[in-house]
Design a protein around this ligand. Structure first.
Ligand SMILES: *Cc1c(COP(=O)(O)O)cnc(C)c1O
Length: 378
């Protein structure tokens, strides 16, 4: 036949994820760690690389890594599920607790994967928008939950891309108000140091997501994990791909987790860098900075998409733009980089803004950018 039957209609208005590979000097767009794995860890791995069994299928339970994570969190291995990045676990949650006829609640602007995965799995998406300072509208969430039809709640804490935390009292109210599976996405836990872990014993519907991609320099390897009630883990194990976390990733992540004290120093550097970026940006005229508990800073500036383009083409500095995201008009997000990268970014910002002022005095106008490349990535 010379025709192709249509796929599921739900996919029609989804845009395929096309990560364009932009080569830049200073890449501050994806909330990655600025440094590669510490040399001492790479050496340790290198020494044992020739014994590594590339020919064998991985342990589907990621037993070694799972045991280490469970122990560090005072839990049993049955309460831990390792995934191919946190992203896979978000998807698995919607495969098992979502699906046609079921509903997920989120609080935009927030992490885009919740909405994308809802659409892919045919789950109804109920969005309760955040307020002007990106605070979660507790009253609206609680009254929506009271209707009783929400099956999953997804809240990033701290939120990406806004950087703020949800008050713990509100999270407890939410857990008390529903038997829906409540995912608290703690992808930035190592920077915020806030966790809902102490509430797990009282709330079997609480699941906590963490990742090796942000604080532990492993974004390239795709490892994340979930802390949850053993019944939640068991259900997710039914839908997940058994070999999604490859044995190399399991080995490296287990080594990194075992040696994780090594990261204390760089995490401290990143938190100081975040304060430096926040202060530097606040000192610039026309820039509004939002407080952050993560490894990035969100800010608002007039003609943000033009500024984004000038940073990229004039200074080879890539940040993330959100000009098309409702609630984030004229917002850019910069990931905390190395000290040198942070200074280059701030200098580039000062340069672009001062050129803009000079051209405004001469009566010029700012050309908006139509490029979309900065909208991609995490
Ligand atoms: C980065 C991120 C994740 C997961 O990232 P992975 O690389 O898939 O582990 C999950 N949630 C939020 C809010 C994130 O920013």
């Amino acid at each position: 036949m010379d025709s192709l039957r249509l796929p599921r209609p739900e996919l029609e208005d989804l845009v395929p994820y096309e990560a364009k590979d932009v080569k830049v000097d200073v890449s501050l767009a994806a909330n990655e760690h600025p440094s590669n794995l510490p040399g001492e860890i790479v050496e340790k791995l290198a020494k044992r690389l020739n014994e590594f069994e590339f020919n064998r299928y991985p342990d589907p339970t990621a037993g070694k890594l799972r045991g280490l994570i469970a122990e560090a969190n005072g839990l049993e291995p049955e309460n831990v599920l390792v995934g191919n990045g946190g992203d896979e676990l978000i998807f698995d949650i919607l495969l098992s607790w979502g699906g046609p006829g079921r509903a997920v609640l989120d609080a935009p602007p927030t992490f885009a994967m919740y909405a994308i995965d809802a659409q892919v799995t045919g789950t109804k998406l109920v969005r309760i928008p955040r307020g002007p300072r990106f605070e979660v509208d507790g009253e609206a969430v609680l009254s929506r939950l009271a209707e009783g039809d929400i099956d999953v709640v997804m809240l990033a804490n701290p939120n990406n891309p806004t950087g703020n935390l949800i008050p713990e009292t509100l999270l407890i109210d939410i857990l008390n108000a529903t038997d829906a599976l409540v995912l608290i996405d703690e992808a930035y836990f190592e920077f915020s140091r806030h966790t809902m872990r102490p509430h797990m014993s009282r709330h079997p519907n609480l699941a906590i997501l963490r990742t090796f991609s942000k604080a532990f320099s492993l974004a390239g390897l795709r490892v994340g994990y979930l802390l949850a009630h053993e019944d939640v883990v068991r259900e997710l194990t039914k839908v997940r791909q058994p070999y999604s976390v490859d044995s190399f990733a399991q080995w490296v992540a287990a080594t990194v987790f075992h040696e994780r004290v090594v990261f204390h120093e760089s995490i401290g550097d990143i938190m100081r860098g975040r304060d430096r970026l926040s202060h530097g940006l606040s000192a610039m005229e026309g820039v509004e900075v939002f407080p952050s508990e993560a490894n990035f800073v969100l800010f608002r500036v007039e003609h943000a998409s033009a500024l984004w383009r000038d940073l990229l083409h004039g200074h080879s500095v890539l940040v993330r733009q959100f000009s098309r995201t409702p609630g984030l008009e004229d917002c850019l997000r910069v990931t905390v980089g190395s000290e040198e990268e942070n200074e280059r970014f701030l200098a580039a910002m000062r340069d672009v803004l001062s050129r803009r002022r000079a051209s405004a005095i001469l009566g010029g106008s700012v050309q908006e950018s139509k490029e979309t490349v900065g909208e991609l990535g995490y």
